[in-house]
Design a binder for this molecule. Sequence first.
Ligand SMILES: [Zn+2]
Length: 218
Amino acid sequence: MTEWRENIITFARKHRDSVYINGPDRNRVALTFDDGPDNVNTPVIIDSLKKYGVKGSFFFVGEMAKIYPGVVRHAFDNGNLVLNHSYKHDNLTQKTNHQIQADLNQTDKIIEDIIGKKPALMRSPYGDTDEKVVAAATETGHKIVLWSIDTLDWSQRESDNIVHNVIDNIRNGDIILMHSTSRTNETAKAVPIMIEELQKRNYDIVDLETLLNVQAYQ
Ligand SMILES: [Zn+2]
């Protein structure tokens, strides 16, 4: 287990109602997609989710959402959650409380202008979180949702590897981290196969609102 993982488990335990790394021990898991939207792979992923009747959770970056509002709306209109992944993917632990709040508010505003709803869930870039980030997230109405399986899809992995990494490690309540950017076409390829393999193993694929029993929007 990586040092980040060990630390975050302890940290999440300490902040039980404001920081989540997985859901309860039942046969439900969530697919989450960070860093988008883009106008190629994000739409392909949205269409795959739709084809299988599965809802995903997208943590979009504010400045990307501003560039591709149509893709944000498309994700939302198809029943997926549209959530906050900061304005331009800065490491929030390097900012002051005031700067973190400004960053999250700015991103909420961009999303709200597009879908009419303000996210109540955020994921800190790189999963970097500390007391200050939790305080600022809470003050701006957000719970922090991290993950329990990293597909490492950003590191030029092939779709087979992405799928296997998930299927070989899946447990009840897992939150699966993937990315939906212009570089993650292997993720877009992996999603339908992953959904089929998870469903074969009787996992219900749900959004984070359902997995964690929390509100996605403020
Ligand atoms: Zn990210």
